[in-house]
Design a protein around this ligand. Structure first.
Ligand code: HEC
Length: 270
């Protein structure tokens, strides 16, 4: 009995000395995640196209210099429910806006140029978004050892989803006096363990929105979280629309079935 107790104590001690960050956690709790009233939440929710466009702007100008977005092709941006959907272009690859966005990105071609180096070409709508680094090792080298995760499905991959992304962008502050921050790390009150390898990516007016919306940190955080929420499930808007059509069809079918049941059994005693 005594032995078990001692062993448990020793294990706890070993654990806390191995992971000092966890021991530090216990001294102060993460603040409550602010719940945002997202327009796209719930079965009737819709993405606001303006916000999606601004969010893409933030992603392109800021986040894409470190993060990949591997599951998103340029043409997805122009599909129904997407940031640059235009009813005039049912095939998003024909949309000049999408073509222009793709053309702004350099793409590593599978061929070599005349010097034997990997050739580059401008991207086309069918391409998936190229990342900023050739591989994860180079990405880590450029980021003090931390690997910027792919953001394609980050909203689905994190508890509190879009609320967390938005809060994380705004959670940078000076560490409390009793907190030891490791070199190269940044204090963020919403990041588990409170130290994150990513420096605060957003500051007021880091970008200029083309629609004149003031680019405050809060605004950019909300927009980029909206964009990332859409990107993590770009088919959701279409699925919701289809869902309602199917429910309507089922309702009509149920009514017809009921009426034919009444008709068939009309003269039968029961
Ligand atoms: C200078 C490079 C850089 C830029 C710019 C940058 N990030 Fe990061 N980001 C990182 C690194 C490095 C990590 C990994 C941090 C770690 O694991 O400690 C990270 C991690 C993250 C995470 C994961 C946090 C978690 O819970 O694991 C999210 C979400 C994120 N970044 C979102 C963004 C968004 C949104 C933007 C644009 C507004 C952005 N980042 C811009 C380098 C960057």
């Amino acid at each position: 009995m005594m032995k078990t107790l001692l062993r448990t104590l020793a294990m706890a001690l070993a654990f806390l000395t191995t992971f000092p960050a966890l021991a530090a956690d216990a001294s102060h709790d993460a603040p409550k995640m602010e719940k945002h009233d997202w327009s796209f939440a719930g079965p009737f929710g819709q993405f606001e196209q303006d916000s999606l466009q601004r969010g893409f702007h933030v992603f392109k100008e800021v986040c894409s210099s470190c993060h990949t977005m591997r599951l998103l092709a340029f043409r997805h941006l122009g599909q129904k429910g997407g940031p640059f959907y235009d009813a005039a272009y049912p095939n998003p690859s024909d949309n000049p806006v999408i073509k222009q966005i793709a053309a702004d990105w350099l793409f590593q071609a599978a061929t070599l140029n005349e010097f034997g180096e990997p050739a580059t070409r401008t991207a086309v709508p069918a391409d998936y978004m190229p990342g900023p680094f050739p591989n994860a090792t180079v990405a880590r080298l450029a980021n003090g050892g931390a690997l910027p995760p792919d953001l394609s499905v980050i909203v689905k991959a994190r508890k509190h989803g879009a609320d967390y992304i938005s809060a994380l962008m705004q959670g940078y502050e000076e560490p409390p006096a009793d907190f030891t921050l490791n070199p190269g790390m940044n204090y963020n009150k919403y990041f588990p363990g409170f130290q994150i390898g990513m420096a605060a990516p957003l500051v007021d007016d880091r970008i200029a929105y083309t629609d004149g919306t003031p680019a405050t940190v809060a605004q950019m955080s909300e927009d980029v979280a909206t964009f990332l929420a859409w990107a993590s499930d770009p088919k959701a808007p279409m699925r919701k629309q289809m869902g309602f059509a199917v429910l309507g069809f089922m309702a009509v079918l149920a009514l017809l079935l009921y009426l034919s049941y009444k008709q068939i059994w009309r003269n039968v005693e029961h």
